[in-house]
Design a protein around this ligand. Structure first.
Ligand SMILES: Cc1ncc(COP(=O)(O)O)c(C=O)c1O
Length: 396
C-alpha cells in the first residue's frame, strides 16, 4: 500500500528536490576528513569551518582521544546491553558522579543524546493535570517531550517575561508547573534572562528547568553553563545538557534531585529501552569534563571569549551581525537568499550553514556562525571581510 503523505511534508520534499536540481541544496556536505580544524570535503577542497559547535576545540584534543581509545581497548566498541541491565560501565558511573558534583546537584543520569534526555524528563514527570511552559524558541526536544507528556503545553514569545508571567498567573491551579528554557539559544545565540525567570519560578511555585546544551562547558567561571554565568545554578531544579557541543563527545544528561533521577532510571522507556552511549564516548566525555576545570579548559574558554569579542566587534561596526555569545546569527530573513549566500561563502572556501524553515521559523532564515577557541584572528578577519562583500551583494 502506498503511504499517504501530508501536504506540508510533500511541500518540503518538493522544495528540497528543487534545491538539489538548482544545485543550492545546503545539507549534508560530505566531509572526508578534518585537517587541523578545517574540513576536507569529498571534492578534495579544504574549507574553513565556521559552522561548528566545537566551541572549546575539544573535538581534536589528544587527551580526550587517548581516553576514548583506551576505553575501546578495555571494552570494545559497545556494551552488552541497555544501561539498566549490562551496559553501565565504570565510565558511566564516574561521569554521572562528576556531573552531579560539578553542577552541585544531588544526582545525574546519562542519555545517548540531549534530545532523548529532554524528551525523557518531560514525558515521564508531567501528565494531564500539569502545565509545561516553553520559550517559543526552545529546542525541538523540549517541545517533543512536552507533547509526549499529555500535559497542557504553553509557549511564550521568545524572551517575553510578561507573557510568561501571564501564563503562570492564569494557571495557578495546575498540579505541577514547569518552566523550560534554553540557557543559550542554538540559532539566535542569545541567553535566557535566567535571573528573572528564576524569580518568576520561585514566586509562582514552578519547577525551573534549564537546557544548557550550548552553554555547558563554555559559559560560567567553571564551565557549568548559563545558569552558573547568571548566578542561579542552585535555583535551577533540573539542568539538562549534552556533551555534543563544547565537550568533544556526544551524549545527554540530566542533573537534579536524586529522587527524580532514580525514578527516571526505572520508568523512562527512553532510558530503559534504549542503548546508552558506548564506553569510548563516555570516556571522552569524562576526560572533556575533567579538562574543563584544568588549564586546558580555562585557557580554551579565555580564547573562545576573546574570539567572540574580536569577531563581534568586526561584524557590529559593519552592521552585519551582533551577539553576546559564540553563536552569531547573520539575519537574512528569506530562505532563498540565505541559501544563495551560504553557497557563495562555500565557493569561497568557508563552510557555514544556512538555517532555513523548518529549522527556524518562517522568514527568519539566518547564517549561523559558530566561533571557537581555535579560530585565529586572521580567520575571523577573512570571514568578516567576506561577509562585508556578501552584505553588499545580497542586500541583507
Ligand atoms: C538547545 C538544545 N538542546 C538539546 C539539543 C540536543 O542535543 P543532542 O545533539 O545531544 O541530541 C540541542 C542540539 O542541538 C540543542 O541545541
Amino acid at each position: 500500500m502506498d503511504i499517504q503523505i501530508d501536504q506540508t511534508l510533500m511541500n518540503s520534499y518538493e522544495k528540497m528536490r528543487e534545491y538539489k536540481q538548482a544545485n543550492t541544496y545546503p545539507y549534508f556536505p560530505t566531509i572526508d576528513k578534518y585537517h587541523n580544524q578545517n574540513a576536507i570535503l569529498n571534492n578534495g577542497s579544504e574549507y574553513l569551518m565556521f559552522g561548528t559547535c566545537d566551541y572549546l576545540g575539544f573535538n581534536n584534543n589528544q587527551l580526550i582521544k587517548n581516553s576514548s581509545m583506551e576505553a575501546i581497548k578495555n571494552f570494545g566498541t559497545n556494551t552488552y546491553g541497555a544501561q539498566i541491565s549490562c551496559g553501565y560501565t565504570k565510565y558511566h558511573n564516574q561521569l554521572e558522579t562528576k556531573l552531579a558534583n560539578l553542577l552541585n546537584k544531588e544526582s545525574a543520569i546519562l542519555f545517548p543524546s540531549g534530545m532523548s534526555a529532554n524528551m525523557a524528563l518531560l514525558s515521564t514527570f508531567f501528565s494531564k493535570e500539569d502545565l509545561i511552559i516553553n520559550d517559543q524558541f526552545n529546542h525541538a526536544s523540549s517541545f517533543l517531550g512536552s507533547k509526549l507528556s499529555f500535559a497542557k503545553v504553553e509557549a511564550f514569545p521568545h524572551g517575553s517575561l510578561n507573557k510568561l508571567e501571564d501564563i503562570l498567573k492564569a494557571n495557578q491551579n495546575a498540579r505541577n508547573k514547569a518552566i523550560v528554557v534554553d540557557g543559550l539559544f542554538s540559532a539566535d545565540g542569545d541567553f535566557s534572562d535566567l535571573t528573572s525567570i528564576s524569580d518568576l519560578a520561585r514566586r509562582y511555585n514552578a519547577l525551573f528547568i534549564v537546557d544548557e546544551a550550548h552553554s555547558f562547558g563554555a559559559c560560567g567561571p567553571n564551565g557549568c553553563g548559563a545558569s552558573e554565568m547568571y548566578g542561579v545554578l542552585k535555583d535551577v531544579d533540573i539542568i539538562t545538557g549534552t556533551m555534543s557541543k563544547a565537550i568533544g563527545s556526544v551524549g545527554g544528561y540530566l542533573a537534579g534531585d536524586s529522587r527524580i533521577i532514580e525514578i527516571l532510571r526505572h520508568n523512562s522507556s527512553l532510558y530503559t529501552g534504549s542503548r546508552g552511549s558506548p564506553p569510548a564516548v563516555v570516556a571522552a566525555s569524562l576526560k572533556g569534563l575533567e579538562l574543563l576545570s584544568l588549564d586546558a579548559g580555562i585557557e580554551a574558554r579565555r580564547k573562545l571569549w576573546d574570539n567572540v569579542n574580536f569577531l563581534t566587534n568586526l561584524l557590529r561596526v559593519e552592521e552585519i551581525a551582533d551577539s553576546n555569545s559564540y553563536i552569531i546569527p547573520v539575519m537574512i530573513g528569506d530562505d532563498e537568499i540565505a541559501l544563495r549566500m551560504s553557497n557563495w561563502l562555500h565557493r569561497r572556501g568557508v563552510l557555514v550553514p544556512a538555517m532555513i524553515y523548518p529549522l527556524v521559523p518562517k522568514n527568519r532564515a539566518l547564517i549561523r556562525l559558530g566561533v571557537t577557541a581555535w579560530h585565529t584572528k586572521d580567520e575571523c578577519v577573512k570571514l568578516a571581510s567576506l561577509l562585508c562583500e556578501a552584505k553588499k551583494l545580497f542586500k541583507f
